[in-house]
Design a protein around this ligand. Structure first.
Ligand code: GLY
Length: 582
């Protein structure tokens, strides 16, 4: 493996930019830093670029592009290596959304590889016999939360349609790494140690992540995963069918149904699983089109609503140090989250006012609510135009941080923006075939109704749980300009919106935009990133009426800007990833 670009990326030192410096960001995140990487700088490239959450995955994707593969080929390998070296975040047992620009066809499209609820799932899946909601982790750990995985079908089907290199050869780097072992990173070690109690509840998981002494594998421990290599070898020869039918599928179903907290996944759920190609959902902002994944993700709709509500306000003049900018951003986000909680779910199952939510008329009306000088006292869902009379109650899903995002641009100008997940860190904590199984079903509402009114995002058989994942491609004059996304539960939406604003309104390059300390508001409380200059906003935000909470905000933004002369990539210093290119 050619390590040179990786070493160059690790050696570069970024330049501070006032209170928004990369150093600000790293100060609060020492435990998350790994691979010796404590800072990031803008990575430029002429031909291709990969920005991903782990250096081994970014390098593997680069190697595929260096071999002449395209962005889809590199996507396959990057995902499979991520699933091995960052098993807590994404993998074969999970689901993903991909926004894809195909240069030859000049076409932007999206692929939905979201997990589905098993056919035997009922709306009260996460309630006890008395109709009471289960505690979050009581629902997460074990088989109950496991949805039908979508990632394998997503990477296989899109490779069949758009890839160029031989499928099996794209799996080989991850097979080699699994057989030879990889060094446990500081981040992985820390996360295993922090989750010891839950990971130890299932013997296979315990055996993989802990030594015979019961300790989390140390940083640098060479972790071999022969089961993962064997699964990939089966996929190399049998394609996605080898996953969705036969011994791998049977082992997954057996694991889910015989876990301590058994689920209802069946072989028919796997054999019937399909990915869905969907129209991208685009909202115009500052002469760009911000495009992403529509329902079942709330990502593109909510990011688009935030930007659309902000469009009339001069954020460029106000700048990033202004508390007024953050009042506007915070309340635009609260308004968008109110609509998200009321209306957004899997639109294959529930009617949704998708067009109404992003119509200029509606967003302009919502913008006017921000005309005052102080934070909105209360926020509720609006009334977008909709020819469908229906009442939904507000949702109450709990989404904690996890997930991974990578961005790829290749020599031909194809672009991939992919956010990929097993939901909670380490998912359901169940392992099968060398990979962790997701707990994506807990992205559904645990309640079915609120005061007798149904909740759009309730569990239903075959339905896809609402997501916040926001893989984005910003288009300019009909061509891709910015490729970006992040993990982070429902804060993903704020991280992505902020990065777009920092670049388009405030002129930061993609790395500076990613580095910029976070200030995120979803439901009223303003979260400010601890240990960073964002906390300087506390007094002014409290003065205009917000409650402020200073906390870690562990995004994992990975993005690329396609300049006229070169590609520019950025990786989030809050995690262990890099941007690498040629
Ligand atoms: N499970 C994270 C998301 O879909 O938003």
């Amino acid at each position: 493996m050619n390590q040179e670009p990786l070493l160059i990326a690790l050696l570069m030192i970024s330049m501070p930019t006032g209170w928004l410096s990369a150093q600000d960001v790293t100060d609060g995140f020492a435990p998350e830093m790994s691979s010796g990487v404590s800072e990031r700088t803008l990575q430029t490239a002429n031909d291709y670029l990969v920005a991903a959450a782990n250096p081994l995955a970014a390098q593997a994707g680069n190697d595929i592009l260096a071999r002449g593969g395209n962005a889809i080929d590199a996507m396959v390998t990057t995902q499979l290596v991520l699933g091995l070296v960052e098993p807590q975040s994404s993998g074969l047992g999970g689901g993903a959304f991909m926004v894809y620009y195909d240069a030859a066809d000049d076409k932007l499209t999206t692929f939905d590889g979201r997990e589905t609820a098993p056919f035997a799932a009922t709306p009260t899946l996460f309630q006890n016999d008395n109709g009471e909601k289960l505690g979050f982790f009581d629902a997460v750990v074990g088989g109950l939360s496991v949805g039908t995985p979508g990632t394998v079908k997503l990477i296989f089907d899109t490779h069949q349609a758009h890839g160029t290199l031989d499928w099996a050869s794209l799996l080989q780097p991850a097979i080699d790494l699994a057989e030879n072992g990889f060094a446990v990173s500081e981040r992985l070690h820390t996360l295993i140690a922090n989750d010891q109690k839950r990971l130890m509840t299932h013997p296979d998981t315990k055996a993989y992540f802990f030594g015979d002494d019961g300790e989390a594998h140390a940083v640098g421990h060479v972790l071999v995963n022969q089961a993962y290599a064997d699964t990939l070898k089966a996929l190399a020869s049998g394609g996605a069918d080898a996953f969705y039918e036969g011994p791998i599928a049977e082992a997954i179903v057996d694991k889910v149904n015989n876990a301590s907290n058994p689920g209802v996944l069946a072989l028919a759920d796997l054999s019937n699983y399909t990915i869905k190609e969907r129209e991208p959902l685009c909202v115009s902002y500052r002469e760009h089109d911000v495009c992403g994944m529509g329902p079942p993700s709330s990502g593109a709709l909510t990011v688009g609503q935030i930007l659309g509500i902000l469009e009339p306000y001069p954020l460029d003049e106000l700048g990033p140090d202004s508390a007024r900018s953050w009042r506007l951003i915070g309340d635009a986000s609260r308004l968008a989250f109110a609509d998200r909680g009321r209306y957004m779910a899997d639109s294959d199952y529930v009617p949704m006012p998708t067009e109404g939510l992003i119509s200029k008329t509606y967003l302009t009306e919502r913008s006017k609510l921000l005309d005052g000088q102080t934070a909105l006292e209360s926020v509720s869902a609006g009334e977008p135009e909709w020819d469908h009379a229906m009442l939904w109650a507000d949702d109450e899903s709990l989404e904690l941080t996890s997930t991974s995002h990578f961005s790829i641009v290749d020599t031909e100008g194809n672009a991939v923006s992919m956010t990929t997940t097993i939901e909670n860190g380490f998912g359901s904590r169940l392992m099968s075939g060398g990979f962790l199984l997701n707990n994506e079903l807990t992205d559904f509402s645990f309640s079915t109704h609120n005061d007798g009114v149904p909740i759009a995002n309730r569990v239903e058989p075959g339905k896809r749980p609402r997501s916040s994942m926001s893989p984005t491609i910003v288009m300019k004059d009909g061509k891709p300009y910015m490729v970006v996304g992040s993990p982070g539960g429902s804060r993903i939406i704020g991280y992505v919106a902020k990065t777009i604003i920092a670049h388009l309104d405030w002129g930061m390059n993609i790395q500076e935009a990613i580095n910029m300390p976070h200030a995120v508001n979803r439901f009223g409380t303003y979260d400010l990133e601890e240990g960073t200059g964002a906390t300087d906003l506390q007094d002014e935000l409290e003065a205009v009426g917000y409650e402020v909470n200073i906390r870690a905000l562990n995004s994992g933004l990975h993005g690329i800007v396609i300049g006229e002369e070169s590609l520019m990539g950025g990786a989030d210093p809050r995690r262990e990833g890099v941007a690498l290119g040629q």
